[in-house]
Design a protein around this ligand. Structure first.
Ligand code: UD1
Length: 355
């Protein structure tokens, strides 16, 4: 494998930092950039060693950085689900406009390959089947049912509970949050760019990522960091709904390996892949595994719910295995137990994301 020159955006972030280590370890030449947004890195943060400060919305700076670059690995994004709609301009600016600007810079500099960090949130509520095995778009979960402790997705026609099914990459895209809307937009801009230029795009749809240097408890953090932070404070992890909601937790080292695999596979055209462990786990099990491993308080199942949350979202890992040769190495049961002791990132986010 000859070394590839990679422009890595978001290189100072949780996932980007691990991608950088993996790419360098695989012998690639990495141009690492990050905008060091105060909402993620704290006010006045300086770039880590070897990372340059650059904002993907800065067309001239990017065009300059892209000189001699073979492939862009685009991890930079405002993450989380959005606390409220006042975050919308920040998602649109950094994620939508940022990607559009990056694509324009790639066009100007002749760089034809993009690896895009996408997310399982593009699938919305996930995939469900009725008792006859047919795919059904579930009815929106009603506040009165959630209040009454009825959490499962139901058939809009019959009201019967639905069973979750594996989400394949050709499932409909149904964004439900600001972040999800931006991830779908990024994929669509990238697809349009690929068609217009003959370039290639590999969109990696990360499922629930966890692992060392995950940011601590913030309104934009995933649940694993929330549970870890609770345990460290001597509190029980608070499990929402009935704890039986299902996800696919994928370790950040595997996510980094998937990026290396995508860069080395060099697939033509546009393709999208689930990046997941293939081992579904309930949120109750995640909390129990962490609490046991940490030796902390038993989780509490609170019955609380968040209005935009999805019930089950479980990925099919087959396509990434077949086309990228990617298979997660860290199973959730082991990885989550180890995460009880993993170092977390201590940046103090300075407020909500800003344009
Ligand atoms: C998360 C991310 C999403 C990301 C996706 C894939 C957030 C807010 N969501 O989606 O942006 O694209 O993973 O990596 O970052 N829960 C509790 N207790 C808590 C907090 C949450 O039980 O203290 C439950 C929630 O109700 C939900 C589950 O844990 O059922 C997962 O929550 P979370 O990790 O926040 O979000 P996802 O929807 O899975």
């Amino acid at each position: 494998m000859t070394a590839t020159r990679v422009l890595l955006t978001g290189a100072a972030g949780f996932i980007g930092g691990h991608v950088r280590t993996a790419l360098t370890g695989a012998g690639h030449d990495v141009v690492a950039v990050d905008a060091l947004l105060p909402s993620a890195h704290g006010a006045g943060a300086e770039p880590p060693d070897g990372v340059r400060r650059a904002d993907v919305r800065d067309l001239p700076a990017l065009t300059e950085l892209l000189r001699g670059v073979d492939v862009v690995c685009h991890q930079a994004a405002v993450v989380g689900a959005g606390v409220d709609v006042s975050d919308a301009p920040a998602y649109a600016s950094h994620n939508d406009l940022g990607t559009a600007t990056l694509l324009a810079a790639m066009h100007e500099s002749g760089c034809r390959r993009l690896i895009l960090a996408s997310s399982m949130v593009v699938y919305g509520a996930g995939r469900y089947r009725n008792s006859r095995g047919e795919f059904v778009e579930p009815a929106p979960r009603r506040a009165e049912d959630l209040e009454a402790g009825i959490f499962d997705e139901t058939d809009p026609g019959t009201g019967e509970p639905l069973e979750w099914a594996l989400v394949e990459e050709n499932s409909p895209l149904r964004p439900r949050s600001l972040y999800a809307a931006a991830k779908v937009a990024q994929e669509h801009y990238a697809l349009a760019w690929a068609l217009a230029t003959g370039g290639s795009v590999t969109a990696l749809r990360y499922h629930n990522v966890y692992g060392d240097h995950m940011p601590r408890n913030t309104p934009y953090s995933g649940v694993a960091a929330m549970f870890r932070s609770a345990l460290e404070n001597g509190d029980p992890p608070r499990v929402f709904e009935d704890g039986r909601q299902t996800r696919d937790f994928v370790h950040v080292h595997d996510v980094a390996a998937a990026n290396v695999a995508a860069i080395e596979a060099a697939l033509p055209g546009f393709s999208a892949f689930n990046v997941c462990s293939g081992q579904p786990i309930t949120i109750g099990e995640v909390a129990a595994t962490l609490a046991r491993s940490y030796g902390g308080s038993e989780p509490v199942v609170t019955g609380e719910y968040r209005p935009g949350d999805v019930r089950h979202i479980v990925a099919d890992p087959r396509l990434a295995r077949e086309r990228l040769g990617f298979r997660a190495q860290i199973l959730p049961a082991e990885g989550i137990a180890a995460f009880a002791y993993a170092p977390l990132r201590d940046a103090a986010p300075a407020g909500p994301p800003r344009v």
